[in-house]
Design a protein around this ligand. Structure first.
Ligand SMILES: [Zn+2]
Ligand SMILES: [Zn+2]
Length: 159
């Protein structure tokens, strides 16, 4: 079994256990800045093929459980209390490894500094912001350019 086929088998088994039969499908996407995504409109959970190629089975299970919890509680719950308790019941540990890119999958604002560091926000930034990875203090030379994610990168129900 290839790497991706093994990941697919593992993910489909988890989906079959936790979600009602024949409602959600699994697939791969090409994202580089997040691990997984829950597409509420298409009832589809996807995992980045770049992540799938390098993550171990444990990490992948965490990614899929994170997204299954989204599927169970719905888009409006975001990463709030009901999502957190559902995710925990599924066995999602939410440790540091998964808090970054995965927790960012629903954030609609994405920005980049001139050096290419990616930043995400849940709300439109109201003041000029600069990259904290490039300089600790505000510095216009490291200003972040913000953009709203294009609709195909945002789960339809939270657009
Ligand atoms: Zn999430
Ligand atoms: Zn930067």
């Amino acid at each position: 079994m290839s790497e991706l086929a093994a990941v697919r088998a593992q993910a489909e088994a988890l989906i079959a256990v936790h979600l009602p039969a024949d409602t959600w499908t699994f697939g791969f996407d090409n994202a580089r800045t997040r691990a997984g995504q829950c597409d509420f409109g298409r009832h589809r959970i996807t995992v980045s093929r770049h992540l799938a190629a390098r993550a171990d089975a444990n990490a992948l299970e965490q990614v899929v459980l994170h997204e299954i919890a989204h599927a169970l509680v719905g888009a409006a719950a975001g990463h709030g209390p009901s999502w957190r308790s559902t995710a925990r019941q599924l066995g999602y540990r939410g440790d540091r490894l998964h808090d970054g890119p995965i927790a960012d999958d629903l954030a609609p604002w994405v920005g980049r500094c001139p050096s290419g560091h990616e930043h995400v926000r849940y709300r439109r930034p109201t003041r000029p912001t600069s990259c904290a990875r490039c300089a600790r203090r505000y510095d216009p030379a490291n200003a972040i350019q913000w953009e709203r994610r294009t609709p195909d990168r945002t789960p339809s129900a939270v657009r």
